[in-house]
Design a binder for this molecule. Structure first.
Ligand code: FE2
Ligand code: FE2
Length: 293
């Protein structure tokens, strides 16, 4: 199984398993992570995720034919990446292990860059769809982190804490779901984008997917490391529980025709994961201009 086969596959439990395997073999050739894969198998068996079903892909396809939905979804992706980046930055700053600090910092920088890449995908897929002023505002969705910048926890963030097995599990599940979204997003964008921009979109999308696979792989390695260093007995139960939580969020989002809801949306729902660590007022993010039908 390679990356191109992942992109051709429909969402399924098998695809989730393959995403984790391909990520690990690409980024950590030779690593096996037996505890991680045993925990993943049990969690997939006991808490099968909605994003591992054919219906998930069918609903996505029915929604993504609508240009406005697709454009808003790219902006929401940018917002999510920027938000995730800030959480990772705080976790990285508080990690006590130098190697983990470096991995989490790099992850934070990746997601910060991804926020900008999603905005480039918006420009390329829907040229002229947002006003110049709004487009300039959208750049603020990225915290613009860089490896040369010194780590420092973000004030007030609940992620200003030493990262744990639980954090790595939640990151791993979220990254797997993001990779599933990639497989759905690529053909959807191809339907909308001007032909002249399709090669650029493919290049950007390839780089996003490769990064997400790397995020899945390094969190799998850290989960396996935690299991070997005293967290082994907790791994399966916690993996199951976090899949259950994530599945509930995904099901609720699907009911609203959303594939990863906005930060403000989560902030209104206290149970909706810690993904809303900064309660923001309703943003004016969705002021899509008149360029869309
Ligand atoms: Fe990302
Ligand atoms: Fe990621």
């Amino acid at each position: 199984m390679d990356v191109s086969r992942l992109l051709e596959s429909e969402p399924s439990v098998g695809l989730i398993r393959n995403i984790a395997k391909v990520g690990l073999s690409l980024c950590y050739p030779g690593a096996r992570c037996p505890d991680y894969f045993a925990g993943l198998e049990m969690a997939l068996r006991d808490e099968p995720p909605p994003f591992g079903t054919r219906e998930y892909g069918l609903i996505y396809r029915s929604l993504s034919v609508e240009p406005r939905w697709m454009a808003v979804s790219l902006i929401t992706n940018a917002e999510r990446e920027g938000d995730g980046s800030k959480r990772l930055w705080s976790l990285a700053a508080c990690s006590l292990i130098e190697e983990h600090r470096h991995l989490l910092k790099r992850h934070a920088c990746d997601e910060s860059r991804h926020a900008l890449i999603y905005l480039s995908l918006l420009d390329l897929s829907f040229p002229g769809s947002v006003s110049r002023e709004f487009r300039a505002d959208l750049r603020q969705l990225s915290p613009h982190f860089a490896m040369r910048r010194e780590l420092c926890p973000i004030e007030g963030s609940p992620y200003a804490k030493v990262p744990s097995l639980d954090d790595f599990l939640q990151m791993n599940i979220a990254e797997i779901r993001t990779a599933i979204h990639h497989t759905l997003q690529r053909p959807a964008l191809a339907q909308h984008c001007p032909a002249a921009n399709s090669a650029k979109i493919t290049r950007l999308h390839d780089s996003l997917l490769y990064d997400e696979l790397r995020h899945i792989a390094y969190t799998a390695v850290l989960i396996d490391e935690c299991a070997r260093n005293g967290d082994g007995a907790r791994l399966t139960g916690l993996f199951r529980r976090r899949f259950r939580d994530f599945n509930a969020i995904t099901t609720e989002e699907l009911g609203n025709n959303v594939y990863d809801c906005s930060v403000a949306c989560c902030a209104k729902r206290p149970w909706c994961r810690a993904k809303s660590y900064i309660a923001q007022p309703e943003p004016t993010l969705y002021q899509i201009g008149t360029g869309l039908p």
